[in-house]
Design a protein around this ligand. Structure first.
Ligand code: PNW
Length: 503
């Protein structure tokens, strides 16, 4: 009797365990971005980015009055970063290229030898250690030289970006096979123009964000097309973008909230996805209609949302080889009366839709004021994307957890990762969605934009008070190393001693 029970139990355990294994070709990575880790802000011929200029002009916008002049010193200490990636056992490392470090004028008239050498060294060292580079071309650090020409509000940026992309493919495309054009255009357009919290700090709510949105879609598309026409045959890589998706659910069961949520998803997700990934291309029609109606009511001659020409729709449509997704959090949607103040966060033209975005009491709050945990929302989001745009290979380009303390035994981060990876597995196994990889944000603590060094996302802790910036692996680094090693969420839970932390 007991024997049978034991067999039954172990069979059950095995099948449950089996369900928590990743497919053999699933890839694991971790990420950073140039501005957040490199430092060396004015080394050699590098010119300032909009973040350098913004922080120097308004130091108080950063919570702890810090800056990223040194950050993690990755520009000088890239060997340590490669060591960390190797210790973790990563299949790939996602990092970004600083546009003003490679092209000091922002335009292709001069390529910096310093910039070229730095990224060549990093890419070569990663490859020598069996780690693939996944490279983001733009992670928010626009050359100030281009901001002086209007930055993301000038349609010429689509040409500047195309030319920059061409330079990157020619310099590094022989070794880099996965490219992300833009990181989170939704966030940089919204925070730069709808709230004015990010540089250039130009508040143009309800207009600048939409112009930026349009230019970002075209810039991405042109960069993809350059690859397709001039490089794909020889280099055989893949190009997409990394979109930030905040999953939305109705605040109540009311028909009104349910309907409002469907529309809000088209604003929050569709505006940066529909033009590229849908069959018809262009803006999500419902948003185009609502903003046009609102604009008319305001007495405007034209909609605040600039339209696409048919030619532009065609240029943008289909410019992807996979879809990059950054997922952290979710919100609930409730409809408010026309004209009611909806507050600033969480942003995103909420006033155009007359909705308020709040949260569900059941979702754990984290130390980041915007980050509420809703792992099931991750799976729902992936299913929503499949329903809207069909079967597309999906690379999770970011997912991570913040603490406001320097805590080594970061069990809350471990749990967050496990819960989100579990949803990824369910999506692959049950929903048959092709998720090809997962990227933990971030490999190490770094400069967290307006939160400075007060919020920590790292698998490795960084002591920013130490001139040597000592790094130490957290419990989450050990956990992730085990997940990668076993390609499973089930493993003997002893803390592995693979990681020495001697960096
Ligand atoms: C991302 N949200 O930003 C960025 O890509 C990283 O540079 C950043 O360090 C990281 O996430 C953590 O903040 C986000 O509102 C901005 O849900 C906003 C949201 C999520 C991520």
């Amino acid at each position: 009797m007991w024997g049978l029970k034991a067999v039954a139990t172990s069979l059950l355990v095995c099948s449950v365990l089996g369900a928590r294994n990743f497919p053999p070709d699933f890839k694991f990575g971790s990420a950073s971005s140039a501005y957040q880790v490199e430092g060396a802000w004015n080394y050699g011929d590098k010119t300032p980015s909009i973040w350098d200029v913004f922080i120097k002009k308004y130091p108080n916008v950063i919570i702890d009055n810090s800056n990223a002049d040194i950050a993690c010193n990755s520009f000088h200490d890239w060997e340590r970063d490669v060591k960390m990636a190797r210790e973790l056992g990563l299949d790939y490392y996602r990092f970004s290229i600083s546009w003003p470090r490679i092209l000091p004028t922002g335009k292709q008239d001069r390529i910096s030898e310093y910039g070229k050498k730095y990224y060549n060294d990093l890419i070569n060292a990663l490859l020598e250690n069996g780690i693939k580079p996944v490279v983001t071309m733009y992670h928010w650090d626009l050359p100030q030289a281009l901001q002086d020409w209007g930055g993301w509000l000038n349609p010429l940026i689509t040409d500047w970006f195309e030319n920059y992309a061409r330079v990157l493919y020619s310099l590094f495309g022989d070794r880099v096979k996965t490219w992300l054009t833009l990181n989170e255009p939704l966030i940089f357009c919204e925070l730069s123009f709808n709230t004015g919290k990010h540089p250039p700090g130009l508040l143009s709510a309800g207009q600048g964000n939409y112009v930026c949105n349009k230019n970002a879609m075209l810039a991405h598309a042109k960069a993809w097309r350059v690859y397709d026409k001039e490089f794909r045959e020889k280099q055989r890589g893949k190009v997409s973008l990394a979109n930030q998706y905040i999953w939305l659910e109705p605040h109540t069961d009311s028909e009104i909230d349910v309907e409002a949520t469907k529309i809000a998803r088209q604003l929050m997700i569709g505006m940066y996805t529909h033009p590229i990934f849908s069959k018809d291309g262009g803006w999500p029609p419902v948003i185009e209609r609502i903003v046009a109606e609102k604009s008319k009511k305001e007495g405007r001659f034209l909609s605040r949302l600039p339209g696409f020409t048919q030619e532009e729709i065609e240029v943008i449509k289909g410019t992807y080889d996979f879809l990059g997704i950054n997922y952290y959090t979710a919100r609930t949607v409730n409809k408010v009366e026309d004209g009611v103040e909806v507050g600033e966060w969480p942003l995103l033209g909420s006033s155009d839709l007359d909705i308020q975005l709040t949260t569900n009491d059941k979702w754990n709050m984290t130390d980041a004021s915007w980050l509420f945990e809703h792992p099931v929302g991750f799976r729902r989001l992936l299913n929503w994307l499949k329903n809207e745009y069909g079967d597309i290979d999906i690379l999770i380009t970011e997912n991570g957890y913040a603490t406001n303390k320097t805590i080594i035994d970061d069990q809350a981060r471990v749990k967050y990762m496990e819960k989100h990876l579990e949803q990824v597995l369910l999506t692959i196994n049950e929903d048959k969605i092709k998720v090809i990889g997962y990227t933990a944000w971030s490999m190490m603590d770094n400069f967290e934009w307006c939160d400075g060094y007060s919020l920590r996302f790292g698998l490795y802790e960084v002591d920013f008070k130490d001139p040597k910036l000592k790094h130490k692996p957290r419990a989450s680094a050990h956990y992730y190393t085990n997940v990668i090693k076993h390609r499973s969420l089930d493993f003997d839970d002893k803390i592995s001693n693979i990681i020495t932390g001697e960096l």
